[in-house]
Ligand binder design. Structure first.
Ligand SMILES: Cc1cc2nc3c(=O)[nH]c(=O)nc-3n(C[C@H](O)[C@H](O)[C@H](O)COP(=O)(O)OP(=O)(O)OC[C@H]3O[C@@H](n4cnc5c(N)ncnc54)[C@H](O)[C@@H]3O)c2cc1C
Ligand code: FES
Length: 280
């Protein structure tokens, strides 16, 4: 019998990692209470889940871990309001609920064999981390061409996953370019906004596909840069973060035109988005 989609999987907070200098982004490692639940929760990078706390409700978050990293799920959460503040105050051992996985993943079937451009800004890098870990997994890496990551933040202290970024930069099967608006004394990498770095790197558009996640202004100018580099809209993938409630296409809270972002998305090609009313 199909699982009730409103029923969360019970889980335990195993570990909390502070991601940025401002300490308002934390990564939460969650472990399912029941290994059968973990086995049932089959996801791909790009999907999200609703996390719930008794008495507080629930909220959607992109899954930051990759399905190739078994045993736990990661969610990186910025403190913005009531629910996220409560999440940030939790101690390891706290029980919470995970409902999902939800939404469509990045189009992995279309990405197979392609050169990948993974472009992120600020704390929207969460599902991109999942994508990078997925591609780099030994069983998957040969299924893709070159991988170029461009990730930017205001300052070096606002970049998430800094240990992993440094580790990816030591590898020869991925090229990782980090950029900041305001460098500090020790910064030796790019300075400037993501779209400018992208233009300077000028990756070839043939046989390539780009995934872009970030704040609206970064997305707007990155799309311009990608168009100038010759990327057709059908090969530019975006992930939307509309307000959501049910996450399963029932409540009508997240629709744009005739699309539900929770079930038709949150991943769309730019080509698809151009057919929708401008509500995002
Ligand atoms: C598919 C999806 C994936 C998401 N992934 C992540 C993630 O990986 N990490 C993360 O930190 N957040 C993510 N979010 C946003 C997250 O759901 C909200 O930040 C959270 O619901 C806020 O709850 P709150 O009670 O703390 O804040 P609220 O009290 O509800 O709101 C506080 C402030 O945040 C703004 N806000 C709330 N929700 C959103 C939203 N969806 N988009 C833009 N602004 C919002 C409000 O306007 C308000 O200014 C995602 C949202 C969606 C829909
Ligand atoms: S969140 Fe309910 S329909 Fe999308």
């Amino acid at each position: 019998m199909a699982r009730n989609p409103y029923l969360p999987y019970p889980a335990r907070l195993e570990e909390t990692i502070v991601e940025n200098d401002a300490k308002d982004i934390k990564t939460f490692r969650l472990v399912f209470d029941d290994p059968a639940g973990a086995a049932e929760f089959q996801y791909l990078p790009g999907q999200f889940a609703e996390l719930s706390l008794p008495g507080m409700g629930e909220a959607p978050f992109g899954i930051a871990s990759s399905p190739t990293e078994t045993g736990s799920l990661l969610f990186s959460v910025k403190r913005t309001g009531l629910f996220t503040a409560e999440l940030h105050s939790l101690e390891p051992g706290t029980r919470l609920g995970i409902r999902g996985p939800m939404g469509k993943p990045f189009p992995w079937d279309r990405m197979a064999g392609k050169n990948l451009l993974i472009i992120g800004g600020g704390f929207a890098f969460t599902t991109l981390r999942s994508a990078v870990q997925y591609v780099l997994a030994p069983a998957n890496r040969s299924g893709f061409g070159s991988v170029l990551v461009v990730y930017g933040a205001r300052t070096p202290g606002e970049l998430m996953y800094r240990g992993e970024l440094a580790q990816w930069q030591t590898r020869d099967d991925i090229s990782v370019h980090l950029t900041v608006d305001k460098p500090d004394e020790g910064w030796t990498q790019h300075v400037g906004v993501v779209p400018s770095v992208l233009k300077a790197l000028a990756p070839r558009a043939d046989n390539a596909l780009a995934i872009v996640c970030g704040p609206p202004v970064m997305i707007r100018f990155t799309l311009l840069s990608l168009a100038q580099l010759g990327f057709p809209d059908s090969r530019v993938i975006l992930s939307l973060e509309m307000r959501m409630k049910c996450g399963i296409g029932k409540c009508g809270r997240c629709n744009i035109g005739n699309k539900f972002v929770c079930t038709d998305g949150p991943v769309f090609t730019r080509e698809e988005l151009k057919t929708l009313p401008v509500e995002f």
